[in-house]
Design a protein. Structure first.
Length: 415
């Protein structure tokens, strides 16, 4: 059995290509069933996220051209174009890639943990459909164990590398208990969405979402169980909140010193934490002059992000050592699996040969021939036929100068 992983990700393909090559929950079952019925592919699983689409296969022969054609038919992309952007990882490379993906070493954000859950879901889907077997079952289970070991034995996940996560951690320094705080999020893009999720995980008391489009604000508000408001309502609602996080695409500041001054006065100067993640800035820098306002910008977070990125890269090197060792162990198991199949086939051949010679001997005994003579001939014929094929191969190896094969035969035959 051979392993093969074929795929594309954020490093090899732009988002429009990744979107077309992706598999939704409704299309995975049909795709997997089609794969295992298409030829020599015996096992298959599909991992499809916003950043990657990968097909993991267990197959009898090495080859992937038909896989590219299959993916081209699914995506509607040109097979030649697709062939130039997909990566192909056979056998040991496929194992190493699976372990790296599960551990977050192949992600856009180094060490991010979400991919492990997505990989588990992809495996369980294939397992439920029945397109995995001994090889892929073991590959994925070991990948999950490797990811767990990497998280336990290295600091790959302990140093945040997103401004959203670091910004929320900064808020914790100002307010000991985020669960007592009210939050205003301004904007409805990906950054604000990440901040909202981190805040919800920290169980903040209440979240307001403000956006120029109330409809977009409402979509995010519904996801995090909060209230949507318009930008024009911010001055009236600002005194209610303890934390403000803003990230819009406005070319000019949308919040000035005056609106915060008025809000702090109504709050009786209880502190406000203001995190401006926009470029250009959403909050006038003069807000930092207010005694009870703690304003941070993207530049304030960059040094922390870079420091943590370096620490994650160091942890990634340690993680790679763990992965390399586990790849060796898996490949030993794969080779042992192949030898078990080979030994079984060899023994089946010997059993067939034995039965054939036994039937000949029994017929001779039934004709009344001397049992001793029959037994001697049986043993002689059986020995000759067992030795025939190896003898032929060894003679040919000697003629062609295959010294390694001859040396292996000496070891195998204990000569």
């Amino acid at each position: 059995m051979h392993l093969l992983t074929l795929g594309l990700n954020h490093q090899t393909a732009p988002i429009d290509i990744r979107e077309r090559a992706s598999f939704g929950p409704d299309s995975v079952q049909q795709a997997l069933t089609e794969l295992v019925q298409s030829g020599d592919i015996r096992e298959a699983a599909i991992l499809s996220t916003c950043n990657r689409t990968e097909v993991y296969c267990g197959q009898e022969a090495v080859g992937q051209d038909h896989l590219v054609d299959w993916l081209a038919r699914h995506s509607g992309l040109d097979a030649e174009q697709l062939s130039g952007i997909v990566y192909r990882h056979p056998d040991e490379e496929a194992v190493r890639h699976a372990f790296r993906v599960a551990s977050g070493l192949d992600s856009m954000v180094l060490g991010e943990p979400q991919i492990l859950g997505q990989m588990k879901e992809a495996f369980h889907t294939a397992l439920r459909i029945g397109t995995t077997g001994k090889v892929l079952n073991n590959l994925f289970q070991r990948a999950f164990n490797v990811a767990k070991q990497v998280r336990t034995d290295t600091a790959i996940g302990k140093n945040a590398v997103s401004v959203a996560y670091i910004g929320v951690n900064l808020a914790k320094r100002v307010f000991t208990r985020l669960s007592d705080q009210n939050v205003l999020l301004i904007g409805a893009g990906e950054t604000i969405e990440l901040v909202a999720r981190h805040l919800r995980q920290n169980r903040v008391r209440r979240i307001l979402v403000a956006n120029r489009s109330i409809e977009r604000a409402q979509v995010l508000a519904d996801e995090v169980n909060s209230e949507a408001i318009t930008l024009s309502q911010i001055p009236d609602r600002l005194p209610e909140v303890d934390i403000v996080v803003t990230s819009t695409s406005s070319p000019l500041p949308i919040l000035g010193k005056g609106v915060f001054e008025a809000a702090l006065k109504k709050r009786k100067h209880r502190p406000m934490f203001v995190l401006d993640l926009a470029v250009p800035r959403d909050v006038e820098p003069e807000v930092n002059q207010l005694r009870d306002a703690y304003l941070y910008t993207v530049d304030d977070l960059k040094s922390l992000v870079e420091e943590n990125r370096v620490l994650r890269q160091q942890a990634a090197a340690e993680a790679q050592n763990i992965i390399d060792l586990q790849v060796v162990k898996f490949m030993r198991w794969m080779r042992a699996l192949d030898s078990v199949s080979m030994i079984r086939t060899y023994r089946e051949g010997l059993d067939a040969l034995k039965r054939h010679e036994m039937e000949k001997a029994l017929r001779r005994l039934e004709r009344g021939e001397d049992p001793g003579t029959v037994l001697e001939q049986f043993a002689q014929d059986l020995a000759n036929k067992i030795a025939h094929r190896p003898s032929q191969v060894l003679r040919q190896a000697e003629i062609e100068g295959h010294s390694e094969l001859i040396a292996s035969a000496r070891k195998l035959l204990d000569l």
